[in-house]
Ligand binder design. Structure first.
Ligand code: C5P
Length: 287
């Protein structure tokens, strides 16, 4: 089975509080884009093997795709073993949910291959045990994710637009960034109700104006400056709004004008190898 695993963007990301289990209660408006990994999932005769086009990625139980296959078997009682090959295009450790999206794609593939006929909600629940972003990646599209990331409310789709994604070369530790956020008082927060209203009104410019991620303010200063510079370049090229995704370091800009998006892409791709020109996806689960 061939299946696409789309990258996700955080249109908003807010931390509401720290929980007793060490996780955080979040409020995030998420969006899929057509920057994607491609998976081939095949019933295996033996234990099931895994490979990817990136030699440095672990292909054992540390890989979220393998964990998803195991979680599916445990939950459904299926004994299906699968060979998984992933053609990676989504940069790794980038705030774009690449590993989570691969895991979600494996859940959807195994659901088809076994005929288990679980609903997307049931698959999302299995995904929650694999990682906080996996439930969203099972559903995809434009969604409000709350709690640890498992409380999902589908939203009116973000109006179609051009998206430029740019990942600087430094990497960010997700747990460390959560710890950094715990230590400060977050003064600036996303206007989540305003974002929901803009989506309701199919107002792309209104949604783009409300892009906001609290993690951008708790990065180490030098890193924060680089994120601001990329954000400034996107806006300078005519983006309607720009913001960091997840715990970074990827930054994205939303464009209604294809020529402006192309020019932002060309400018940033000259300085950053991991720069992509892509588009929003409204219903990835349907494909
Ligand atoms: O669930 P996942 O493995 O993707 O989370 C990675 C890390 O991100 C967790 O170990 C935790 O430190 C942090 N996290 C959090 N609250 C969330 C999601 C993730 O604190 N809602």
């Amino acid at each position: 089975m061939h299946i696409k695993a789309y990258a996700k963007l955080n249109l908003t990301l807010d931390i509401l509080g720290r929980r007793e289990d060490g996780y955080h209660d979040l409020q995030m408006v998420m969006q899929s884009v057509d920057l994607c990994d491609e998976l081939t999932v095949t019933p295996a005769s033996g234990e099931g093997r895994m490979s990817t086009t990136l030699s440095y990625l672990p292909c054992d139980g540390r890989n979220l795709a393998q964990q998803a296959a195991r979680a599916f078997r445990e939950r459904t009682g299926s004994e299906l073993r699968v060979d998984i090959h992933i053609q990676k295009r989504i940069p790794v450790c980038a705030g774009l949910g690449g590993g989570s999206s691969d895991a979600a794609a494996v859940l959807r593939a195994m659901n088809e291959l076994t005929g288990a006929a679980l609903t997307p909600r049931e698959l999302a629940e299995i995904g929650g045990a694999v990682g906080s972003d996996v439930p969203y990646c099972v559903l995809g599209g434009t969604v409000l994710a709350q709690g640890r990331g498992e409380r999902l409310t589908p939203l009116p789709a973000l109006p179609p637009c051009h998206v430029v994604v740019c990942k600087p070369s430094f990497s960010v530790s997700t747990p460390q960034l959560f710890t950094a956020a715990d230590r400060v008082r977050l003064h600036l927060r996303p206007d989540t109700p305003g974002m929901l209203q803009a989506l309701e009104e199919r107002d792309l410019a209104g949604a783009a104006r409300r892009l906001y991620n609290v993690f951008a303010d708790v990065l180490p200063p030098q890193r924060g400056k680089e994120i601001q510079d990329i954000t400034g370049s996107l806006l300078g090229c005519g983006a309607l709004g720009a913001c960091m995704s997840g715990t970074g370091p990827s930054v994205f800009g939303l464009f209604d004008d294809p020529a402006a998006a192309r020019s932002a892409y060309t400018q940033l791709a000259g300085a950053y190898q991991d720069t992509f020109l892509c588009h929003t996806v409204s219903e990835p689960c349907a494909e």
